[in-house]
Design a protein around this ligand. Structure first.
Ligand SMILES: [Zn+2]
Length: 234
């Protein structure tokens, strides 16, 4: 399995005979639409929830040599009523599984809209958090932040056994969280012990993830920056 960063929370995974695109918002460098048009691999497009920085309806108009399979969180259907679905889209709620040949996609919980993903291919397991995080906002009340923290811990416990020991975890390192940027990543690594941690949802402030790097490395988890990540062997 080879992992490349696209932009924001968008990643591209090359597995045996499959090209998997997760949470595409926009291109970072090369055109993903062109890649999709040119590949001989079976293309899968996953979107964890309807927020515009995770779901781009343009992906439904991408052309491919083979019919593209879409795996979307069910909230996207609720929020985008006019979406044309001619059976190409698998709609997943948390707890549901999509399986097709060598690819298995499990939908797990989130602390925002939609789901997180555990993707199995090539004998490897990759976790993509979507908007799952301990969202501690400085402008929120202490009460709200406490409630968010309990919600996060509860969701983390629920998914823990399933996602534990994943080969890679793609997880938010959001600069808007200021001094709390590493809270969610550290708690996730403590509980789920991924082999490699890759930050995402950085809003182009890649330097802010330095605090996250220190926190996860202290827990013995390897940190790999997302920026410039290209075809990393997983
Ligand atoms: Zn987001």
């Amino acid at each position: 399995m080879k992992l490349s960063y696209i932009y924001h929370s968008g990643f591209l995974v090359e597995a045996d005979g499959a090209l998997i695109i997760i949470d595409y918002w926009k291109d970072g460098g090369e055109s993903v639409a062109d890649l999709v048009a040119e590949t001989d691999a079976q293309v899968y497009v996953l979107a964890s929830h309807a927020h515009a920085d995770h779901f781009n309806p343009e992906t439904l108009f991408w052309k491919s040599r083979r019919p593209i399979r879409y795996v979307f969180s069910a909230d996207i259907r609720r929020r985008n009523k006019p979406l044309r679905d001619d059976g190409r889209i698998a709609w997943l709620h948390r707890g549901e599984v999509f399986s097709d040949g060598g690819l298995v996609v499990e939908a797990h919980g989130s602390t925002d809209v939609g789901v997180s993903w555990l993707i199995g291919a090539d004998g490897r397991r990759l976790f993509h958090a979507g908007d799952f995080n301990d969202w501690q906002h400085s402008e929120a009340t202490e009460e709200d932040n406490k409630r968010m923290h309990s919600y996060f811990e509860a969701e983390l416990r629920k998914m823990s056994a399933a996602v534990s020991g994943a080969d890679v975890a793609l997880f938010p390192a959001d600069p808007h969280l200021g001094s709390h940027i590493a809270d969610g990543p550290a708690a996730f690594c403590q509980e789920a012990r991924p082999k490699v941690f890759v930050p995402m949802h950085c809003w182009e402030d890649y330097g802010a993830a330095g605090a996250v790097a220190r926190a996860v490395e202290e827990l013995g988890v390897r940190f790999v920056p997302c920026r410039g990540l290209r075809r990393m062997e997983v």
